[in-house]
Structures are given as structure tokens and as C-alpha cells.
Design a protein. Sequence first.
Length: 176
Amino acid sequence: MVLPPVKMFDASTPPASAPPGYRAVAGYIGGDTPHTWTDAEWKRFGAMRKLPIWVRSDPGAVNAEADSFAALERLYELRVPRGVTVALDLETAVDGGYVSTFHGVMRWAGFYVWVYGSASAVFGNPEADGYWVADYAGRGPFMYPHKMVKATQYDNGTNYDSSLVKFWQYYWRLWK
């Protein structure tokens, strides 16, 4: 039996509460994001499963290892347990060396990595532990047809974006 995917939302600045029907939330832990979520913002979502996101839109301009350890520092500050996934948000950037270094440090520390980006670019990066693909095909919730896709962002809304996450990934790889 295949369990259905789960709805997840993400937002640069988190809403006061989760939108109805969503069971997971993704938020920003650092990098070149316009807003890093505070501890209080994360705590708003209580028992929902969570996906921390590290953003690097121009990976060639920074030291990948330093970025990786900065991400780990924030994960430890938030008490995110090992064994969960961190999304590496590259938007449209392609940089295999950066992804490999970031992934290597995260795996060394016990975390998994999904490479996030638009469908037109993300597959140019190494898969790490999977992909979170942004594809606004306009056909409602769907899962991008690629064996290493763990989640698909299908809508970029006004206040938050919407994704589907494969159930197994939701249950075993997101922060509780």
C-alpha cells in the first residue's frame, strides 16, 4: 500500500498559524535568506513536522564548508535532532562542488540533504539525498515524476508556498 503525500507550506516570514490542511512546515535557518526564523517562530508550529532550509542563491561566492558549519550551528541551536533532512535552497543555481561539500558535512553530522530548486535547474546539481523540486505547472498538487524527488513545490502563493512531501519522508525524515 502506498500512503498519500502530505501537504507542507513554507514562507519567508512565517504566518501566525499553519494554514488549514497542512501537516508540515518548512522554514529558514540561514544563508542568504531575507529572514531567518527565530526560535519563537519555529515554536509556533508545535507538533507539526518541520523542514529546516539553508539558502544559498550564489554558491560560487562563498566557502561551502564554512556555510555547512554555519548551518550545523543553527541546527544545534534549534536542537534539531540528527537523522532529519535539511533543504539546501539553490533556487536556479547549479554548483556541484558546493552541493557535494554541503552534503558531505551534513552527512558527517548525521543529517540528510534535499537539494531544492526550480525544475529547470535543480537536476543539474548532485542529488545528495534527494530533490525538492519547484514546478508551478498550474495543475494543482502533484509529485514531480523523478525517482529522487522527495517533495514538489507546486504553488507559490501570496503568503506561503505549497508542496507535497512523500509520506515516508514526512514520517521519518522531518524534524518533530
